[in-house]
Design a protein around this ligand. Structure first.
Ligand SMILES: NC(=O)c1ccc[n+]([C@@H]2O[C@H](COP(=O)([O-])OP(=O)(O)OC[C@H]3O[C@@H](n4cnc5c(N)ncnc54)[C@H](O)[C@@H]3O)[C@@H](O)[C@H]2O)c1
Length: 438
């Protein structure tokens, strides 16, 4: 394939070298003449393992070349990879000035083109940028239509500096956000041979995935480092602790707990987090990330409460009360916190939870509910139908098929449903259902 690459930094230079190595004809474009001169001389503009040898080979082969002429580069190619920098602006926002300037030029280049061109954005971009900002510029500058005269797509780049060539050849996956089959087909032709899954998605999701992946990596590093600081203060070997933590591939290094849903609660996570923070405080160890977890969890509960209050409905039906379906443990249940707020705001509340029987609640569990919902006895109903019938807004926090079936049978069109548990086949409910964040 004839490919043009815009921006010859870490991402662009490695892509240029690897694509040319794989037999494609690649022309690189950069605004920095020093980078163009280096590559033209078969040298690498970035320090990366294997790049010295690879760049000299591909430039000598004639398959990799450079130019400062963006228009000509578009004309000479059928697909462009856009890899210009998107650094932080002083206020923390993404500085998109390089990509904005570039797409003006790319649009102008497309104006004179007779054939369909595909633009693949590989620079990290804030979700919405391609569709809301870049496509309108391209259409205006080219006087052509995206999806008809040219295509755009977003393919996040996952390579890491220091191991870029290896990562190029063994990415964790290929994700392409596109609105049409054509750009997907071209990228499958280009990257489909790589030993990883190929996922097609929306452009916005692809943009968001890149941010989420990087944030997750940052979170993992910080978690390991905060754990290490606490271990140091406790006289525990942090490598041993983290190594053992990673050996649990059921709950720790797995998909567990990574599906969006409602806040955590129960008798373990909140109390152990609090105890961890206290241990750290006693030893003057700062753990800002750990300290933020409970606050963030509370924000999630408040988000759900705000959604219910925003409906303006006064009769709330809470389906589920325990911190988790299948248990009667009410301790630190986020649903109890919600119920407490609804009562405090003067809303009328009915609650259904098949596992919660007041007469059977004992010990700390009983004390917790008596402290937070002293009138729980008058709120609880033994059948879900009553709760559904006598409410205007239903909050579904129970992940149970029987409850979903009852909702399907009894919910009315004039009611509203807030779904906290990803009710399966939600569209089949005969009522408007809103998710917490989805
Ligand atoms: N560095 C990484 O490991 C990595 C990994 C994944 C994603 N990314 C993302 O990829 C993008 C590029 O990152 P990078 O580290 O390669 O950046 P970089 O700063 O090393 O290189 C960007 C290049 O773009 C050039 N440029 C700027 N404006 C241009 C224009 N109008 N036309 C042509 N070239 C232009 C610059 O001169 C520079 O050489 C960023 O959005 C980054 O967030 C980087």
């Amino acid at each position: 394939m004839n490919i043009s690459i815009f921006g010859l930094g870490y991402v662009g230079a490695v892509s240029l070298a690897c694509l040319a190595r794989d037999g494609h004809h690649v022309v690189g474009v950069d605004v920095d003449p020093a980078k163009l001169d280096l590559i033209a001389a078969g040298k690498t503009p970035v320090v990366e393992e294997g790049m010295v040898e690879l760049m000299s080979k591909v430039v000598a082969s004639g398959r990799a070349r450079v130019t400062a002429d963006a228009l000509q580069a578009v004309r000479d190619s059928e697909l462009s990879l856009i890899c210009v920098g998107t650094p932080s602006a002083p206020n923390g926002s993404q500085d998109q000035s390089a990509v904005l300037r570039l797409v003006e030029q790319l649009g102008a280049a497309v104006r004179a083109l007779e054939r369909l061109h595909v633009f693949v954005f590989r620079s990290t971009l804030a979700p919405g940028t391609v569709e809301e900002v870049l496509v309108p510029i391209l259409e205006r500058a080219s006087e052509k239509r995206e999806g008809r005269d040219f295509h755009v797509c977003f393919q996040p780049e996952f390579l890491r500096e220091g191991s870029s060539i290896r990562d190029y050849d063994h990415p964790p996956f290929t994700v392409v956000g596109a609105r049409h089959p054509e750009p997907l087909a071209r990228l499958r032709a280009l990257f489909g041979h790589l030993p990883c899954d190929f996922h097609a998605t929306s452009i916005r999701a692809a943009e968001a995935v890149k941010y989420s992946c990087n944030n997750f990596h940052a979170l993992k590093i910080t978690f390991a480092n905060e754990t290490a600081r606490l271990c140091e203060a406790l006289g525990v070997d942090p490598f041993e602790v983290m190594d053992l933590l990673c050996r649990d591939t059921q709950l720790n290094i797995s998909r567990a707990y990574l599906r969006p849903g409602f806040a955590f609660g129960g008798s373990c996570l909140p109390k152990d987090l609090r105890a961890t923070l206290y241990l750290a405080k006693q030893r003057d160890v700062e753990l800002p990330m750990h300290a933020a977890i409970l606050a963030s969890n509370r924000v999630h509960v408040d988000h759900a409460i705000a959604k219910v209050l925003a409906t303006g409905r006064r009769r709330v039906g809470l389906v589920g009360l325990a911190f988790k379906t299948g248990t009667d443990d009410l301790r630190e249940s986020p649903l109890v916190l919600m119920a407490e707020q609804f009562i405090g705001k003067g809303l009328s509340l009915l609650v259904y939870d098949p596992e919660v029987h007041l007469s059977q609640l004992l010990g700390a569990n009983r004390r917790f509910i008596e402290q937070h919902l002293p009138h729980i006895g008058s709120l609880l109903r033994g059948d879900i139908e009553t709760v559904i019938n006598e409410s205007d807004v239903l909050v579904v926090g129970l992940n149970e098929r029987r409850a979903f079936d009852a909702l399907r049978r009894h919910v009315r069109k004039d009611q509203m449903v807030l779904d906290l548990v990803n009710v399966p086949d939600r569209a089949s409910l005969p009522v408007a259902v809103e998710g917490l964040c989805w």
